[in-house]
Ligand binder design. Structure first.
Ligand code: ADP
Length: 219
């Protein structure tokens, strides 16, 4: 059986992870596993999980480790993740990273891509970001879809995420520094970390990430 391509993408909120993950997922035929998307879907369908995490997401705080670890465990058991997965938003704490190592065993993470952007740029991107509630497409506040409130791809409602308001943005970026940044050293120590400048055109970011992946003979 071919090796699994398990990739982790790290970076502040607003670094552009979602955009890059869509492209990389298509390019390497591995599913984009975003814990934020899974949690938001649970909230939208009003499941027990959704009801238990809704206020945490609105505040921009972190969902307990055991909850997200179980979500990822279940997701990685699905058929489409057999050849690997692109993990976005997970791991976010050292405890999650250790759980992921246990989960994947020998065929573990092949590369951790750190998409780096300055905090001011991240804040600006988040506060002007609008999203389609149905298909997740991302727009800027000045785009016609954001102004009309209607997604041009699926007709869904285009809104400002509750956690893209200033207090929640601040809280999320603080959580990133205190809980997630330590993961850079975690993956660096394993020789798996590569840093890519996220402050360039999306196409250039994609090229930079793909060349890091091919440099390592991973794709
Ligand atoms: P962002 O990175 O822009 O904050 P995400 O879509 O990755 O957005 O996550 C949205 C929210 O979902 C987070 O603020 C947090 O409340 C929750 N969440 C997502 N992934 C995790 C995780 N791995 N651990 C804890 N909470 C998480």
């Amino acid at each position: 059986m071919p090796k699994r391509l398990n990739l982790v993408i790290l970076g502040k909120q607003g670094a552009g992870k979602g955009t890059q993950c869509e492209r990389l997922s298509a390019r390497y035929s591995i599913p984009h596993v975003s814990t934020g998307d899974i949690l938001r879907s649970a909230i939208q369908v009003d499941s027990t999980l959704g009801r238990s995490v809704a206020s945490i997401l609105d505040a921009g705080a972190l969902v307990p480790d055991d909850v997200v670890i179980k979500l990822v465990e279940d997701r990685l058991e699905e058929l489409d993740a057999r050849g690997g997965a692109l993990l976005d938003g997970f791991p976010r704490t050292i405890a999650q990273a250790e759980a992921l190592e246990d989960l994947l065993g020998d065929d573990g993470i092949k590369l951790c891509i750190n998409l780096e952007v300055p905090t001011e740029l991240a804040t600006q991107r988040l506060s002007t970001r609008r999203v389609c509630q149905e298909c997740g497409s991302i727009y800027k506040e000045t785009d016609v879809e954001a102004i009309s409130g209607t997604c041009s791809k699926c007709g869904g409602d285009v809104i400002q995420r509750a956690d893209d308001y200033p207090d929640a943005i601040r809280q999320r970026l603080e959580a990133y520094v205190s809980s997630t940044e330590p993961l850079l050293a975690f993956y660096e120590a394993r020789g798996l970390l590569v840093t890519v400048n996220g402050d360039q055109k999306p196409d250039d970011v994609t090229v930079a990430i793909q060349s890091e992946i091919s440099l390592r003979g991973l794709g």
